[in-house]
Ligand binder design. Structure first.
Ligand code: HEM
Length: 154
């Protein structure tokens, strides 16, 4: 399934906005993940020993930024090539990291819901059903590719 030019543009346009404040959106993403699935807290090394979500934790920011950025890149690839082509080792690596950390398939749905909500809040008036679907599709393909690698390795 390819993405249209319009969908790619919507994702890129909103990523440009979000990128300007990763700490804020990253914090919000994790707050929403834990709201939806409190049990996911212990998966993350930087949340395990605390009752609060750290405001300025580099690992938290890095994970959030990578989820945003790789989903955005996935949108570009889906438009250009019709499939997610993260460099092979990266996809393998992503699969093995998440397998090792004990991430399960339902967690990907949780992160999707939290991600779409975070983006919606982040872009404010620019948010639309179309933008939501574009991010949703890009994320679904990336998540499926990561889960596929997790299964290969498991
Ligand atoms: C680690 C990306 C979804 C949980 C990582 C890393 C990357 C990444 C790049 C490696 C960070 C590093 O070690 O430098 C992504 C992407 C996702 C995704 C692109 C979705 C498309 C998820 C989901 C969960 C999750 C659904 C579970 C709720 C984790 C955990 C780590 C990790 C626990 C290890 C973090 C730590 O404790 O330091 N992820 N991730 N990720 N990811 Fe994800």
């Amino acid at each position: 399934m390819a993405l249209t030019e319009k969908q790619e543009a919507l994702v890129k346009e909103s990523w440009e906005l979000l990128k300007q404040d990763i700490p804020r959106h990253g914090f919000r993403l994790f707050a929403l993940i834990l709201e939806i699935a409190p049990g996911a807290k212990d998966l993350f090394s930087f949340l395990r020993d605390t009752d609060e979500i750290p405001e300025n934790n580099p690992k938290l920011k890095a994970h959030a930024a990578r989820v945003f950025k790789l989903t955005c890149e996935s949108a570009v690839q889906l438009r250009e090539k019709g499939e997610v082509v993260v460099a092979d080792t990266t996809l393998k690596w992503l699969g093995s990291v998440h397998l090792r950390k004990g991430v399960l398939q339902p967690h990907f749905e949780v992160v999707k819901e939290a991600l779409l909500k975070t983006i919606g809040e982040g872009v404010g008036e620019k948010w639309s059903e179309e933008m939501k679907n574009a991010w949703g599709e890009a994320y679904d393909h990336l998540a499926a590719a990561i889960m596929g690698e997790m299964q290969v390795e498991a």
